[in-house]
Design a protein around this ligand. Structure first.
Ligand SMILES: C[S@@+](CC[C@H](N)C(=O)[O-])C[C@H]1O[C@@H](n2cnc3c(N)ncnc32)[C@H](O)[C@@H]1O
Length: 298
């Protein structure tokens, strides 16, 4: 390991805003295999990390935490937590948050597969999935918007909790749309090219028109910003923040897509039957796989 990385890992130990639990803190021996066990921070982020009860928003796979930081700076009365497994990337966000004394930013170094060990029911209001690996040839369950992951997120999100997906991958966008349709989830906004066509709010064509059920809470509109934010609109949050990966994908000429949907759902999430993975994989063409983390069994 390079000297630079070692230095970052050592500095990571000093950041109060960065929680780096050892795997042994959340994985314990069950009768036949390792099972997840709750971390002490679960249900206590407000008290132990932020010192307030403000809403909590997660960015899963946050890399250097650009989104986490940018949203936190725009919305001081919301707490943001960036989650990633890579310590050297988290260092960047944690260092910035520490040097700028940002009271509403934290980072959690863990595998997203372990996320339920860290958050209690109704502890989280929103989740951002930013440029997640689409897992073009991986298993469906390794996609962060699969029913398996939605099931986990729902276990700790508030009623009406919102998932945002911002991605360069049309494959992942269409896959997520299929999951949304299969589970009749409410879409708030969508776009297949946020900087081209712009963002459509509550797009009715996403649904069978005969069953159209639009979700438009008054506090969450194109003009009005949403319930927790003070000054920003959803459009601004989507278009004014560009992460390292987003800039790279834009330079490659890839359109950036966006989806926001409500996670509320009765009963188990079902898997989509209408997703044409072969078609969308081919439509996407050859694509580098960035930072795929093998999924451990829990
Ligand atoms: C393509 S990068 C995107 C980073 C950042 N969101 C951005 O837009 O610049 C994907 C990130 O997800 C993280 N990641 C991928 N799989 C993960 C997993 N299972 N658990 C935790 N982090 C993961 C990687 O370490 C990487 O930083």
């Amino acid at each position: 390991m390079g000297h630079g990385k070692l230095k970052k890992f050592a500095e990571n130990e000093t950041f109060r805003c960065l929680l780096q639990p050892a795997a042994s803190e959340v994985l314990v021996k069950g009768s036949r295999e390792l099972v997840l066990s709750d971390h002490a921070i679960k249900g206590n982020w407000g008290r132990d990390m932020f010192g307030n009860d403000n809403p909590i928003v997660l960015e899963l796979g946050c890399g250097g935490g650009e989104y986490t930081i940018a949203l936190a700076e725009r919305n001081p009365s919301v707490n943001y937590i960036g989650v990633d497994i890579k310590g050297a990337r988290l260092w960047k966000g944690a260092k910035y948050a520490t040097e700028h004394a940002l009271p509403n930013v934290a980072f959690l170094r863990t595998r997203i597969e372990f996320i339920t060990a860290f958050f209690a029911p109704s502890e989280v209001s929103e989740i951002w999935l930013t440029f997640s690996d689409p897992q073009l040839s991986g298993s469906e369950n390794s996609r962060l918007s699969s029913p398996m992951f939605l099931e986990r997120y729902r276990s700790f999100m508030v009623p009406g909790g919102i998932v945002h997906l911002k991605t360069d991958s049309r494959f992942l966008y269409e896959y997520t749309m299929s999951v949304i349709r299969a589970n009749n989830l409410d879409v708030i906004a969508c776009s297949t090219n946020v900087y081209g066509e712009g963002i459509h709010f509550c797009e009715p064509s996403l649904r069978d028109p005969s069953q159209s059920k639009l979700w438009a809470p008054p506090s969450y509109t194109a003009e009005g910003g949403h319930g927790f934010t003070e000054v920003n609109t959803l459009t601004d949050m989507v278009t004014s923040v560009q992460t390292f990966y987003e800039k790279m994908f834009l330079e490659m000429g890839l359109p950036i897509t966006y989806l926001a949907f409500v996670i509320d759902h009765e009963g188990p999430f079902v898997y989509p039957a209408d997703f044409d993975a072969v078609f969308w994989r081919e439509a996407e063409g050859p694509r580098r796989s960035f930072s795929h983390q093998p999924v451990p069994r829990v």
